[in-house]
Design a protein around this ligand. Structure first.
Ligand code: NAD
Length: 345
């Protein structure tokens, strides 16, 4: 199997996730970390033994001795970096969402295609055990034809108020809605054609984070399926699960009910709190990284090496960003919106 030298741009919370799996993947030599906050880059370099530190993407690309790059900057800062990396001939794992404007979505797709590089977007819910199993059962025909779905994917307030310094410049739709939308289009194996969304705000505004609290979206698929998607980041901080994940999928022959927040396998109690330790997303067993967040990144390398298609195609990720833009437009105007996929229709 081929080996890849890989660099990481963005040494924040999720850059750490990329570095952890690259350090242990047998086909990866992690060669560099780049962050405009050089102290953060140095800290990650030290933690994972990354040999080179850069504070700008231009300097990283001037060095250039690597084949692939992970782009792990805030949601609205992927496009310029992705286009530069594509122009430099680098394969890319881009964090979700691909981009947050229509122009940026098509700029990236065009640059990837013209430079004949490969790109995957880390829409990792496709690797989550219950959702991967749901897709397997759907493929076996156990549900018949999918008729409707309900997907609730929420975060506790802390994610917007404390974890992300840039939440007010993004949206829960970019941060989690991109996962829910992608999962639904992947399970229905169909295009969403029309969306109708309502939203509200006020809770986070009061806490000093100027962004919407919750979006409720109705999705219509081209073959008649319908789905309801809920995304908010105002569930209480005392919720022992950071993510609140519920999904029901109903076909004409069967139904699947998923509660991915409460795996009920382990709870931890102390005198002051109850927590549900993460054992499926980003955990470690005997010092090795496990969980589907790592599995998605591992799959990027595996498919890069084997030449097989990525589990998440660039086109699906591009359609997800275009759909989220339509959902935002619908929420703003309180009117249904037909999604314009342009050349990706
Ligand atoms: N797959 C998932 O479920 C998942 C989970 C968490 C975060 N993410 C995504 O990962 C991305 C990063 O999120 P995070 O939580 O790590 O954010 P973060 O704020 O912790 O880290 C982002 C880092 O990018 C750096 N940066 C910003 N602009 C830069 C530039 N031009 N050049 C180099 N570095 C730059 C910042 O200094 C910061 O250190 C986001 O797109 C987010 O949505 C994905």
């Amino acid at each position: 199997m081929k080996n890849f030298r890989i660099a990481i741009v963005g040494a924040g919370v999720w850059g750490d996730t990329h570095a952890a799996i690259y350090r242990e993947h047998p086909n990866v030599e992690p060669v560099a970390i780049c962050d405009k906050n050089v102290e953060r880059a140095k800290a990650l370099a030290e933690k994972y033994g990354l040999p080179r530190v850069f504070s700008s993407v231009d300097d990283l690309l001037d060095y250039g001795d690597f084949e692939a790059v992970s782009i792990v900057t805030p949601d609205f800062l992927h496009a310029d970096i992705a286009v530069k990396c594509a122009e430099a001939g680098k394969h890319m794992l881009i964090e979700k969402p691909l981009a947050t404007t229509r122009e940026d979505v098509f700029r990236i797709v065009e640059a990837v295609n013209r430079n004949q590089v490969r790109a995957m977007v880390d829409l990792h819910n496709r690797f989550s055990p219950p959702f991967a199993e749901a897709r397997r059962l759907i493929d076996l025909g156990e549900l018949g034809t999918l008729q409707n779905a309900y997907f609730r994917l929420n975060d506790i307030k802390w994610v917007a108020t404390d974890m992300l310094s840039w939440s007010a410049s993004s949206s829960i739709l970019w941060f989690l809605g991109s996962h829910s939308f992608d999962t639904l289009q992947w399970l229905f194996q169909d295009r969403v054609t029309r969306v109708y969304t309502v939203s509200n705000r006020g809770v986070l505004d009061t806490l000093g984070v100027k962004t919407e609290d919750t979006f409720l979206s109705t999705l219509e698929f081209s073959r008649g399926g319908i789905a309801q998607m809920e995304n908010g980041w105002i569930t209480p901080n005392a919720n022992p699960c950071v993510n609140d994940i519920k999904c029901n999928l109903t076909g004409d022959k069967g139904m699947i009910a998923i509660d991915a927040s409460n795996h009920n396998l382990i709870q931890f109690y102390s005198d002051s709190k109850v927590t549900v330790p993460d054992i499926i997303v980003r955990n470690q067993i005997h010092g090795r990284v496990k969980g589907f967040a790592y599995e998605s990144i591992r799959s990027f390398v595996d498919k890069l090496a084997s030449g097989e298609p990525f589990i998440v195609s660039l086109e699906d990720a591009a359609r997800t960003s275009l759909a989220i833009l339509a959902i935002m437009e619908s929420a703003k105007n309180r009117m249904p919106v037909e999604i314009d996929y342009g050349p990706l229709a």
